[in-house]
Design a protein around this ligand. Sequence first.
Ligand code: ADP
Length: 700
Amino acid sequence: MLAIAALILLAMGGMFFRDWAQYRGASADEEHTRGILDSTQRLFSTVQDAETGQRGYLLTGEEKYLAPYYLAIQLASGEMAKLKSLLTRTGDQPEDASRLSALLDQKLAELHKTVELRQSQSLEAALAVVHTGRGKQLMDQIRELCTGIQKREYSALIDASRHEKMYARQTELVMIAGSLILFAFLIAASVMTNRAVLAREQSLGETREARDMLQTTLTSIGDAVIATDAQGRIEFANPTARALLRTGEADLGGLPLDDVFRIVNEHTRATVESPVRKVMREGTVVGLANHTILIAQDGTEIPIDDSGAPVRGVDGKVRGTVLVFRDITERKQVEEATRLLADVVEFSDDAIISKDLNGLITSWNKGAERLFGYSAAEMIGRPISLLAAPDRAGEMLAILERIKQGERVEHFESIRRGKDGRLVNVSLTVSPILDASGKIVGASKIARDITERALAIKSIAQHADQLARSNANLQQFTYAASHDLQEPLRTVVTFTQLLADRYGEKLDGEANEFMSYVISAATRMRLLITDLLTYSRTVHHEDVPLKEFALKDAVDLAVHNLQLAIEESGTALETGPLPTLHADKVQMIQLFQNLISNAIKYRSDQAPMIRITAEQNGEEWVLSVCDNGIGIPAEYKEYVFGVFKRLHGNTRAGTGVGLAICKSIVERHGGRIWVESEPGRGSTFKFSISTKGASGGAAG
Ligand code: ADP
């Protein structure tokens, strides 16, 4: 556009100059012609003036008439010279000039002669010259020549004026046309400029948008990004990069990358070549070697994964690099964990197998190899049904169906067949395997060899059986012994008593004293045997069925049985809300009776205060009998529950069987009994009992 505009302007200038020059030429011609016309006119007038002066003088002889004559003569030569020069300049009439000059000279000579004759001789002499007609002739010739010159010059003047107008018009036209073209051009140019500006603005906007977009992307991206120039100086670093490099808010722009991006090999600690240098050298995308550690500004070491790429300018030359890296600590941990898990699976004692939903084996560990005898190479890709025991093929299909429903099969005991046909007892745990979208794609199976366990269980069962039998025998024996012992003991007591009664007086004091020892020991022994019998009866209560009853009733009965002791001792008894139990009511009465009577028996100086409460703890009730008695030292808290075990035997009566009976009753109901106490601060006996009733007789 600019070139076209310049060309148009140049052409216009050329044309204008040409027309202007022509106009100026025509103008000059016109002036010249006017000069000739004026000059011719003035010359002729001068000649006329000279002639007029001459005539006046000739006629009058008065000198005053000669003044115009002399002036005319003086001017004539000047006028002639001027005209001559004008005519000569046009170049086309020099002969007219010379002719006119000659005629003028002749005329002036004729005039001079007559004037001189008048002066020197007479009028007649002068008139004689005039009468020759030579003067008139010369005057006519001069007039004719002047008229001819004027005519010609007039016509030249008209021509020049016409040319002048023409050139002026032409100039005007060039000016108008040129201006119009330039105006149109200006409008076209401004429209196009406008469009170009708009397009440029739009493209600038798009570029800005693209840059903003890139900036936002780079800022919010999870990977660290650093861009450098060709010399490896940082041009840009996104927030993730700053965070990984631990550079804080510092301005990284212009810093050499190597100053902040220090990388070493994880194992050798050797410095790893800067990726920028590598990219600049190779001109292609490069990745970092494995095991690269980034040493951040604060010394933190971060395992990274990294790649660098060249950034090329429009000319294709590499003008910088872009470095993308990320913290792979987590990935490494996951890899490590996965490797560990793979090792755990591989070296597990259990057989760990995975299969797809068609029952085809996809993995097979060493444990599976040991358990079933097949190698992984033999089994992978083959159906799991190869392991089925002869009558259990359906079971495998059923398990697979449950897996497809998303169910898990736990500790399912079954039998599988090994490579050599041997049957193996296994406990199976089968779980669905989900893909990333949560779809079930297969199953993992852990098979544990329980052949030995099965054998162990069998032997334990045998032992338990034996134990139960010998226990029963022992109970039988205790019962029989205590029962059978009672009879001879009664005989001993009866006859010793009889002996004392009948022969007491005949015996000496010492013999009587010995006899009283025998009676007291025998009485105590009877008490012991009675309690032992009660204890052994407790154990034998196993066969009595458990029933639902309100515990409060049992407690009330126990209190009722102890009414006398309670009143005598001034005991204050308080009972909280008590639950309904599924238990042996008679035994519960006995249990509370023992605990309450102990609380009274082992009282301190103060009147006994007993509080019976119940609280629920998960699936069991915990019942407490709390007293303000003498308490039990910590080291005897277990001891007191043993048969015949007593702490205060010398001061308070008893056989040491009461708490043993309590323990036996609680255990029969599947619970446990314990005591919380401190000497001098009372005791709280607690026992637990299932809210759902006893799980079965466990008295032994
Ligand atoms: P006994 O009361 O016949 O001695 P127990 O088996 O009932 O037998 O009790 C065993 C021992 O536990 C008692 O001799 C006593 O020393 C101690 N004992 C039991 N109950 C209490 C109690 N409430 N406070 C302090 N000591 C107790």
